[in-house]
Ligand binder design. Structure first.
Ligand code: THU
Length: 140
């Protein structure tokens, strides 16, 4: 069972730690491992721009670097200056982050929750947001 409400709450907590002095677009992610652990991530920007890391990849790389490589779901929140509740939008993951999800997740079962508030979120599978995804299976 996925406690999606808890996952969304943790994504908002991670968003508070976003380091985004250049875009002021603050993103938080909470990634649920099949071990039951939640790995939080935020976007981390850089004055040279290209080293910037998205919140989703921060969460994945934290988890993988700690030995966890199987996942059930991720919750993502994002908005300019943290975005107040009344002007919040769903923040969809960028293409690079979708590809990182494809590396470690089953596209048919991995759930992606995009949240505006703790009560307002929508659910997708990875396959829905990355149709015809390329993975290691293509190289077998
Ligand atoms: N960003 C994320 O962290 N995740 C997304 O899904 C979209 C974009 C970050 C990257 C950059 O720090 C800022 O948002 C603006 O693109």
């Amino acid at each position: 069972m996925i406690n999606e409400k808890l996952l969304v709450k943790k994504a908002f907590e991670a968003q508070k730690r976003s380091y985004a002095p250049y875009s002021n677009f603050n993103v938080g992610a909470a990634l649920l491992g099949t071990n039951g652990k939640i790995y939080e991530g935020c976007n981390i920007e850089n004055a040279a721009f290209t080293p910037t890391n998205c919140a989703e990849r921060t969460a994945f790389f934290k988890a993988v670097s700690e030995g966890q490589k199987e996942f059930s779901a991720i919750a993502i929140v994002g908005g300019k200056n943290g975005a107040k509740e009344d002007e919040a939008e769903y923040c969809a993951p960028c293409g690079v982050c979708r590809q990182v999800m494809m590396e470690f997740c089953n596209p048919k079962t991995f759930k992606v929750y995009l949240a505006k508030t703790e009560d307002d979120y929508i659910e997708y599978t990875l396959e829905e947001i990355l149709p015809l995804g390329f993975s290691g299976k293509n190289l077998d």
